[in-house]
Design a binder for this molecule. Structure first.
Ligand code: B3K
Ligand code: ZN
Length: 852
């Protein structure tokens, strides 16, 4: 009954020509007057406006008159005005409502964060502000007046007038309500100016709390780089006179692309060398870019309905990934993205929460802001680009902006643009959007020395395991990038894109002379699991010689993975890996960040996911000790080399977050992590005490915790930063994440009892619960303590902030793959949540999909 279906889409029967909003802000009684200029498309239809139960209607007028009360109906979610009460011509609808931002703990709609008023409307938050057609295909220009004693009053668009206690804003670009934003607070700005290529002067402001200005400079630099890049690479210019970014401490996700007024979680704005790591800096740069890029892919062209979420998110992630590759090392970025995809999206695709990139039904749309919609959505665009080529992609994008600017579009529109621009039929390609699950691609090799001067035939077959609601998966088109390396290590066939369209298909390479080694799925050309029969010696050969950086890294990864899997099953293994990795680490010709990535062993969770994909039940404790064992052996075997790297990769002088310095630090930290297994933590202790930047201090702290000697460092960090929320979030998270698994949930319990566990703050809650979920063997402790702790807190959080509870419940999504005892414990925890009185729609949907 609560499920919505893509197939049921109906256009809104009214046209909204303009929206005027008037806010009188007060913490517990804000008044909102809305004046909507409307025109019926179909005069027989009632006008149904969305409006949450906490929105109190004070008055309603149609063309200035109060309608017959019998023609107006209110329920918990809507306000309906019968067609009989509406003119058959343009009319104006005026409502006045009262809302209470101070009691809004769900942080959806208008709420308070540290005394500042702010909003979050995507996906369906605007209905908690006033009565409105809260759907993305209803777009209108907005005029907004804000009355408040707060000194800084912001909304979307351009400022019309800013006076004492009142400000007026006008956004000329028609937009859906989910892009509305308002901020009122005591804020200061870091300012700059950007001149667009056609000469528009744009005032840029990053608004933060007084005292935080000196940590907002990097966000500003990132914004300027993003604006320039979007002009250079996509020909997209900014379209207003101001661009505002505001940092808030209480925020349900990372950031939000509201037109001209992006609102950010403060952890994605504020950074200084003492408080933020290199990874934080990189993430700030990419999220600032992501939200900025939404101005065209999301705002100027938005989504017709929420089923089309990947239209804006997949494309915008793809764009931010391109941006980061241009700003930093492209191969390193690609490897990092694939790691993240496998860790989050493959895991999601493998379990009960699997869904298509474009889902066709949902109960709560906020549950679909997933790795599948975002990251797999971006991979699908990468494949499209590989299939039509760079020029085809550029033509298609130009056509997309030209054809759909100002519209609310669909995946069908998106694919049509590619078909029209390139002449290619994308019917089969569309399955990447409609079918869930990660395809398994098997590759077999056949070498015929006698045929055509030495012929290699590769035969691929594809199979996608069933996912909830989808048993049969027809074959998809899969671009498989392949190169060939000769026995002497030289490349004999440069990258060729094989297009697989059948369930099984063969491709031949002639005139090869001697049998080459195949470098397959170069650049991770498709989001699939590749199964091939390959021995460790061949993997080591590829790790040494492959010209494609991704495939080269992947060869080392596979080598590590095969060793870890054997070790976790009690077999001796690892010699080939230890050998090969030593040679790579010593190769000064290879980029330091690349070497660092190769030195990092796959995480426990990734090993478990791989085992499960092969139909093996993962044993979290055995995986954990296998990883420990292999890391220690690597350190033993290469102690001198690692120690040299640790010393030589030190970056001298003042800290700078630039890519080159960060890459050296990453290799240094990778070496430290391994050495820590054999030096009792002595290096880490020195580094923690002497490093002037958070990147190295945090790495050192993790090492110390792993050696059971983190106490003094934790205390020191606490004393130094107890007034800095972002550092304290790390403090909470790291001690659970890096804990000995047997103690993880006990430590989490102890931390949760602290006064400064401000659990209603989403960052703090995520730090602790996410820290535990990130400790694989700790969360999956056989006695169920990790599950119980998590379930208790999710139930508590659900009453306050359902979105956060539902999001964090994904910690359980892998439960069906474990042994009977763990499954029993996890199921009991899930059932306890399902049975909770007053469970939210958000958590209910998640839990019921996981139990099903
Ligand atoms: N569009 C927002 C996400 C909104 C999430 C709503 N639950 C941020 C982003 O993807 O850019
Ligand atoms: Zn986005």
């Amino acid at each position: 009954p609560d499920t919505r279906y893509l197939a049921d889409y109906q256009p809104f029967p009214f046209i909204l020509e303009e929206t005027r909003l008037d806010f009188d802000l007060a913490p517990d009684a804000t008044r909102v007057r809305a004046n909507l200029k409307m025109r019926p498309r179909d005069a027989t239809k009632d006008l149904v406006l969305d409006g949450g139960s906490a929105v109190e209607l004070l008055s309603l007028h149609i063309d200035g008159k109060v309608p017959d009360p019998a023609l107006v109906a209110r329920d918990d979610e809507t306000l309906t005005i019968a067609a009989a009460a509406l003119p058959d011509a343009p009319f104006s609808l005026t409502t006045e409502v009262r809302i209470d931002p101070s009691s809004n703990t769900a942080f959806e709609g208008l709420y308070l964060s540290g005394g500042m008023f702010c909003t979050q409307c995507e996906a369906e938050g605007f209905r908690h502000i006033t009565f409105y057609p809260d759907r993305p295909d209803v777009m209108a220009p907005f005029r907004v007046t804000i009355r408040s004693e707060k000194p800084i009053l912001l909304s979307n668009g351009n400022p019309v007038s800013v006076g004492d206690g009142v400000a007026e804003w006008h956004d000329p670009w028609p937009k859906p309500a989910y892009l509305f934003a308002l901020v009122a607070g005591d804020l200061v700005a870091v300012r700059d100016v950007f001149t667009t290529r056609s000469g528009r002067r744009v005032d840029l402001n990053v608004w933060v709390r007084p005292g935080d200005q000196d940590r907002a400079g990097f966000a500003m630099e990132s914004l300027i780089k993003s604006m320039k890049w979007d002009e250079d690479v996509y020909g997209r210019e900014y379209d207003l006179d101001v661009f505002n970014i505001v940092a808030v401490d209480d925020f349900n996700m990372g950031a939000m692309e509201n037109k001209g007024l992006n609102i950010f979680n403060s952890k994605l704005v504020l950074a200084s060398p003492e408080t933020a790591t290199d990874a934080d800096y990189e993430r700030i740069e990419s999220v600032i870019a992501h939200e900025y890029f939404h101005n065209w892919t999301g705002n100027r062209i938005t989504c017709r309905d929420w089923f089309q979420l990947c239209l804006k998110e997949g494309l915008t992630v793809f764009r931010d990934q391109q941006f980061t590759s241009d700003m930093r090392s492209a191969p390193v970025k690609r490897i990092e993205d694939v790691r993240a995809l496998r860790a989050r999206q493959f895991r999601e695709d493998q379990g009960p929460l699997a869904h298509p990139v474009r889902p066709d039904n949902y109960q709560e749309i906020n549950n679909f802001y997933t790795a599948t919609v975002y990251e797999k959505g971006a991979e699908v665009i990468g494949m499209l680009k590989r299939l039509v080529g760079d020029d085809g992609y550029a033509r298609a994008l130009d056509l997309y902006f030209e054809r759909h600017d100002g519209e609310a579009a669909t995946i069908e529109d998106w694919l049509k643009v590619f078909e029209d621009a390139t002449g290619r039929d994308l019917t089969q390609f569309k399955r990447w959007y409609t079918d869930a699950g990660t395809p398994h691609l098997t590759m077999a090799e056949d070498w015929d020395e006698a045929a055509s001067g030495g012929q290699l035939t590769l035969t691929f077959s594809q199979r996608t395991p069933p996912t909830p609601g989808q048993d049969d998966k027809p074959p998809r088109v899969i671009p498989v990038a392949v190169g060939l390396i000769g026995p002497n290590g030289d490349e004999v066939q440069a990258t060729r894109m094989l297009e697989m369209t059948e369930a099984q298909q063969s491709f031949s390479f002639d005139g090869l002379g001697a049998r080459p080694v195949v470098s397959a799925l170069r650049g991770f050309s498709a989001p699939v699991v590749l199964d091939r029969n390959i021995d460790d010696a061949t993997r080591a050969f590829l790790l040494a010689h492959d010209t494609d950086p991704f495939a080269r890294w992947e060869a080392g990864r596979d080598l590590a993975m095969s060793a870890l899997i054997s070790l976790s099953q009690g077999q001796a293994a690892g010699a080939d890996y230890i050998d090969a990795i030593g040679r790579l680490a010593a190769d000064d010709g290879a980029d330091p960040a690349f070497r660092a990535l190769c030195l990092m062993l796959p995480g426990d969770e990734e090993i478990a996911t791989r085992l499960a994909a092969e139909g093996v039940t993962p044993d979290p404790d055995a995986i954990h000790s296998a990883r420990d064992d292999l890391a220690r052996r690597v350190a033993d075997a290469h102690a001198d080399l690692l120690s040299d790297l640790y010393d030589s990769m030190a970056v001298s002088g003042a800290y700078s977050p630039d890519a080159r310095s960060a890459e050296r630090r990453s290799l240094r930290i990778a070496a430290l992590g391994l050495l820590n297994r054999i030096d009792r933590g002595d290096r880490a202790e020195v580094l923690f005490g002497t490093a002037g930047n958070m990147t190295e201090r945090m790495a050192a702290l993790i090492c110390l915790i792993r050696r059971g000697r983190g106490q003094a460092a934790l205390e020191a960090l606490h004393d130094q930063f107890d007034d800095n929320r972002l550092v304290m979030d790390k403090w909470f998270s790291v001690q659970v994440m890096a804990a000995d698994p047997a103690q993880a949930s006990g430590i989490a319990q102890r931390l949760a009892a602290r006064n400064d566990f401000d659990w209603k703050n989403p960052n703090r809650f995520r730090a602790l619960l996410g820290g535990l979920a990130g400790n694989h063997a700790g969360f999956h402790a056989a006695d169920g303590s990790g599950y119980d702790f998590t379930a208790d807190w999710l139930m508590r959080m659900d009453k306050v902030n359902p979105q956060i509870a539902a999001r964090m419940s994904t910690a359980f999504e892998t439960w069906p793959r474990y042994d009977a005892e763990r499954r029993e414990n996890a199921r009991a925890a899930l059932q306890r949540m399902a049975a909770m009185d007053g469970i939210s729609r958000n958590l209910r949907e998640m839990v019921s999909r996981m139990i099903a």
